[in-house]
Design a protein around this ligand. Structure first.
Ligand SMILES: [Mg+2]
Length: 180
């Protein structure tokens, strides 16, 4: 069973269907396999951190209080199922005015590294977009592309030198690969 210092998780398209700029808790739902897959990975001793770009805030499409409500719900579900979550890091930058916090920038990962004394080279990044894989590769992490969300489309845009360590159907498949 593979144990990482921390498994970084993208949110939309990885943990939940990505309907685009999810602006209310009513529109947020985990994939039906998300919790069981994370429980399996947690049993192997892994802990988690969610790293999410939410430009809907700076685009005026999502209210901060609604985003907070969604993240409070996510935290409570992790807690309920005893899945260790170190934190949820959010970047609300607009892509046209992006700081280095916005993936594929390294900012949020470096904050998590500092906050929780992690060794990024012993971490894994799981996501469905090119930006997820790029940020992971640049920071020397293992990377896993899930083919949910934008995953299939992303396959066409990931340069060969950034080929993910794992390409899996979804988080459930990923958990099986890491913890057979
Ligand atoms: Mg995503």
């Amino acid at each position: 069973m593979k144990k990482y210092d921390c498994i970084f998780l993208d949110r939309d398209g990885t943990l939940n269907p990505d309907s685009g700029y999810i602006s209310s808790l009513d529109d947020f739902i985990f994939f039906d396999f998300t919790i069981s897959s994370l429980k399996k990975l947690a049993k192997a001793g892994n802990q988690f951190c969610i790293i999410t770009n939410q430009s809907g805030i700076s685009r005026g499409l999502i209210q901060k209080k609604d985003l907070d409500e969604i993240h409070t719900y996510i935290k409570s579900e992790f807690e309920k199922h005893e899945i260790p979550l170190l934190g949820i890091y959010v970047c609300t930058d607009h892509p046209e005015k992006a700081t280095e916090r916005r993936k594929p920038g390294p900012g949020m990962f470096l904050e998590a590294e500092m906050d929780h004394n992690l060794n990024l080279e012993k971490c894994l990044m799981i996501g469905d977009s090119v930006a997820d894989i790029e940020s992971g590769e640049m920071l020397g992490m293992d990377t896993m592309l899930v083919l949910t969300g934008r995953g299939l489309e992303s396959m066409n845009f990931i340069p060969v030198y950034e080929t993910p360590a794992f390409i899996v159907d979804d988080l459930s498949d990923g958990a099986k690969r890491l913890c057979p």
